[in-house]
Design a protein around this ligand. Structure first.
Ligand SMILES: Nc1ncnc2c1ncn2[C@@H]1O[C@H](COP(=O)(O)OP(=O)(O)O)[C@@H](O)[C@H]1O
Ligand SMILES: Cc1ncsc1CCOP(=O)(O)O
Ligand SMILES: [Mg+2]
Length: 248
């Protein structure tokens, strides 16, 4: 695997997402639902957001991929997440976990660990969240975001240095990154390549969006515009990717 492979994967995933419009079910927090849905739609995917326990299994059965985001976890969302994961497992569907704020609550960290035992394809979090999670089973791709995004799996590490500091000033860019990641996993069987491609895509989009914004308030909408306009040329020109393999 080379950086050029990741750029090629990102371009291919982008056009497949636009052609196939994969359904991405987001069992997510109440803070970022609109931004996450808008970002997925701008990308070309088809989001759904219900967390109702009566319906979540039906939605999972009719979507290509699911992301579980623990941002505003409450008893109802916890129960719905259990039902959704059971259905995803029954159908052999892949899913992504975003353990938002698991570093701030022992209860949430314990629930995140329960979900990890149920086998998401990818876990994405910021530095503090991934530090709380610590090690993951070998079968799960680990994505730690920040000024640089580090994607780890099977002794290989991919570092994506794209992105913009304004991303840290807009609530929901991490959650949207988790949603974009899920859309890429929906169209690319290799979850590590999909994750690296997705982080490159949102990072390059952010770099293209920044000059069109005057600060955090205008950066969010500009990011949506840039996700919709993103193309292979931009990925090729702006991607900054390094890959390393563990020795031995
Ligand atoms: N200082 C930064 N420079 C460039 N990109 C950043 C920076 N901080 C965050 N990002 C990007 O913003 C997105 C969200 O990352 P992060 O802030 O770590 O997540 P969260 O919002 O969950 O805390 C990722 O795509 C990441 O690459
Ligand atoms: C602030 C906040 N509180 C609960 S969920 C949430 C949104 C987190 O979004 P992100 O981690 O993507 O900035
Ligand atoms: Mg987050």
């Amino acid at each position: 695997m080379t950086p050029a492979d990741i750029v090629e994967t990102a371009s291919r995933c982008l056009s497949e997402i636009r052609q196939r419009s994969p359904r991405v079910h987001c069992l997510t927090n109440t803070v970022v639902q609109k931004f996450m849905a808008d970002g997925l739609s701008a990308l070309g995917a088809h989001p759904s957001m219900t967390s109702s326990i009566d319906e979540v299994a039906s939605f999972v059965a009719r979507t290509d991929i699911m992301v579980i985001n623990l941002g505003t976890l409450d008893p109802a969302r916890r129960e719905s997440s259990g039902v959704a994961v059971a259905e995803a497992r029954r159908l052999g569907r892949r899913w992504v976990l975003d353990p938002v704020h698991c570093n701030l609550s022992d209860l949430r960290l314990a629930f995140a660990r329960e979900l990890i035992d149920a086998g998401p394809a990818v876990v994405r979090g910021n530095h503090a969240e991934m530090a709380a999670i610590s090690a993951l089973p070998d079968s799960i791709v680990r994505v730690e975001t920040g000024a640089r995004d580090t994607i780890g799996f099977g002794g290989a590490t991919i570092v994506v240095s794209n992105g913009h500091p304004l991303m840290a000033q807009v609530t929901g860019t991490g959650c949207l990154a988790g949603g974009v990641l899920a859309a890429f996993v929906a169209v690319e069987p290799d979850a590590m390549k999909a994750a690296a491609a997705a982080m490159t895509a949102i990072g390059v989009a952010a770099e293209l969006a920044a000059p069109f914004s005057r600060g955090p308030g205008t950066f969010g909408p500009a990011l949506l515009d840039a996700l919709a306009a993103l193309d292979a040329d931009a990925l090729q020109t702006h991607a900054r990717i390094d890959i390393s393999h563990a020795q031995g």
